[in-house]
Design a protein around this ligand. Structure first.
Ligand SMILES: [Fe+2]
Length: 260
């Protein structure tokens, strides 16, 4: 059984502004040439809004929903520094429709995740209010549109993860505890949500031989990285606290698209 997340079709081309069409063109060129693109927050937020019917999106409740995640109990290193929620979706390239699938465990092969692979991991679902929010629909439709233009044949299996990494007085936080890795999908979108009291958390992109191509520290809400997971590896360095009185927190949304 699957549940419709959305009941409208993809925005038709003529509904997108010329500026958004140009940004989309730039993203697709970068993806074809370099296999990744790093977008400033105002650019990605404006683009997301183009894919939303109701332009009055509730950004604050979207960001606040990261305060209500559950501790990841499956960490192979025993760490309690990661919180998350998870949803599985699918999208149809001919109908241009995204659907929420029945809640299911998250599974990665050990080949892609040496720390936590080959185990069915059960996580709490992303709350209905958030998975059905206009802003999430906008992100999903933008992703679907871009990835379908890059790879038009075959429908998509989509996984959506809300992640919070915390560092406290007795633990550092590891955004990618598996190290430099691929997710084992076709494309990945990382949408930065928030960070407070953090040192570190540098993102890096690598080629197939793990030569570093680019590194940067995501700091701004709606800063976005899109990458081709078949061509590139990625990783994020640990976080620790800037001020010792409170914990460090790093929030991010990760969406993966894999051909069915
Ligand atoms: Fe990853």
């Amino acid at each position: 059984m699957s549940i419709d997340v959305v009941n409208y079709n993809m925005p038709r081309q003529e509904y997108l502004s010329e500026a958004s069409e140009n940004i989309k063109k730039f993203i697709l060129e970068q993806m074809r040439d370099k296999h990744f693109v790093h977008l400033k927050p105002d650019i990605s937020l404006n683009l997301i809004k183009e894919y939303v019917e109701n332009k009055q999106i509730d950004i604050n409740s979207f960001i606040r929903s990261w305060d209500d995640l559950e501790i990841d109990q499956y960490m192979g290193d025993g760490g309690k520094y990661r919180k998350r929620r998870y949803a599985t979706l699918s999208s149809c390239v001919t109908l241009g429709k995204v659907k929420l699938e029945e809640h299911q465990p998250h599974f990665q092969k050990k080949h892609y995740n040496g720390l936590n692979g080959d185990i069915a991991r059960h996580y709490k679902p992303i709350k209905n209010k958030i998975i059905n929010s206009e802003i999430m629909k906008g992100i999903l439709y933008l992703s679907h549109d871009l990835f379908t233009k890059l790879s038009p044949i075959g429908n998509w299996h989509i996984e959506t993860h809300q992640f919070r990494i915390e560092a406290t007085d007795n633990q550092i936080g590891k955004p990618t505890p598996e190290g430099i890795h691929r997710d084992g999908v076709d494309y990945v979108i990382m949408l930065f949500v928030n960070r407070t009291n953090c040192i570190g958390g540098e993102s890096a992109i690598y080629d197939k031989d793990k030569n570093k191509l680019s590194s940067f520290t995501m700091k701004d809400t709606f800063e976005m990285v899109i990458l081709n997971d078949k061509e590139l590896f990625h990783g994020v360095s640990s976080i620790s606290r800037e001020y010792k009185e409170k914990k460090a927190v790093r929030d991010i949304l990760v969406i993966t698209f894999r051909k069915k």
